[in-house]
Design a binder for this molecule. Sequence first.
Ligand code: SF4
Ligand SMILES: [Zn+2]
Length: 373
Amino acid sequence: MSIKLSHSSKNTYLQCGEKYRLHYLEKYRPVTLSSALVFGSAIDNSLNVMLENKDNPEILKMTIETFNRNWEQGENSLRQVVDMPLNPDIKYSKYDQDPDLLEKSDWAELFKYDKSFFETKSEIETLMSEVDWVDISEEKRRIYNYYNWLCLKKKAELLLTAYYNDILPNFKTIIAVQKKVELIDEAGNNLNGVIDFVAELQDGRIAIVDNKTTSTEYEEDAVATSEQLATYQAILNIFAHDTDNDWKHEIKACAYAVMSKKLIKDVKKVCKSCGKENTSTHKTCDNVVNGSRCNGEFEKTKSFKVKTQFIPGTINEEFEHAVIENATTVKSCIEMGLFPKNYSSCENQFGSPCPFIHLCHGKNPKGLVKLEK
Ligand code: SF4
Ligand SMILES: [Zn+2]
């Protein structure tokens, strides 16, 4: 049997062999999708448009429009196209929401669906820490998700604008976007992947770049230890030295282009009557004017900044070889039908339990669907 392995399937195997088997061989998929996955892929699709048309003066507008289209409709676990705003099957993270992002018209829309939205919200947030997401009523999940969806829609515009202003100028030319790579060994085994993009940096080096939307900061040395980037660099450099391959660029650097979902906020309350900026929690202005309390109404102004990181770095040849060798080891284990269970990763996978936990620990396929093989 020849095996197709990607960076992410190899990672899944290394996290837990049984998880790999259930996902890639049995084709089980969790009904619930994480917002990080869905949002990340809508952002990636729109960044592709930006990168492919880097020098077009209208590009930021086109990119945001692409995002909005991708954010209106997306794929569910069965790869069917579904409407996103009220989709109950997405599980949003607490970092996604930010009420200050919403305008009056957004709140009006939201309250059209649920007059007591804030009560529903706190009820759901309590439930989320106690039961599985799918156990909460579908109607309530829809409303809660609509709120998060609206917040992320606003956030995307800020993130993409920050990418355009802060990250894009690091590239002189874009060489390839969504570059598919496939390395086939003598046994017909295949190590494949899709590289976000390859670009010429301002210093002339050709680099593999990976876009990340995250709520945690990246370390400044994140590139040197990245197995994903090392895998892509190894594959492209094998191609560059292969006279039969039309890939001719030797890779000398890799980089992460990171946008943080945690916004830096500046919310100001200025008194409409005396003009004083207020920092207290009072409902009206507490400034004393001519011996008496002003009591003026506030004008609230909000501004947001996105923290971006552009982290270039190099990966040494030794690590390049090591990751390819490791992929070969993983392939051998899969060929031998070895799927060890890693019980230490059942309860916490990026803050949530393993999606297969009920099936794996109790033969109950709750929360799962099966893709046709
Ligand atoms: S529940 Fe635990 S052992 Fe089972 S697939 Fe998930 S991580 Fe592996
Ligand atoms: Zn005042």
